[in-house]
Design a protein around this ligand. Structure first.
Ligand code: FES
Length: 75
């Protein structure tokens, strides 16, 4: 069980207060890579436990993901 995932029903990234809607808005605004999303929202830059959920939301909003996106993760 992913306890961290259960603790963030409204915000995908609790440390930086980033919601699913925030991610959707940024992608609609033209963000094309995960690194750019992180730069604009600061999501995943705290404890980092949200990275899977944030990346999945990014992929769903873009309707695709590229392997190169994952290689740019700031971890
Ligand atoms: S919950 Fe996103 S960095 Fe901590």
């Amino acid at each position: 069980m992913d306890v961290a995932a259960l603790m963030r029903p409204r915000k995908l990234c609790l440390c930086k207060g980033v919601s699913r809607e925030d991610i959707a808005r940024v992608v609609r605004g033209g963000v094309r890579s995960f690194a750019e999303l992180v730069q604009k929202t600061q999501a995943t830059t705290g404890c980092g436990t949200c990275i899977d959920e944030v990346y999945a939301a990014f992929c769903q909003e873009r309707a695709s993901c590229e392997v190169t996106d994952q290689q740019q993760l700031p971890l």
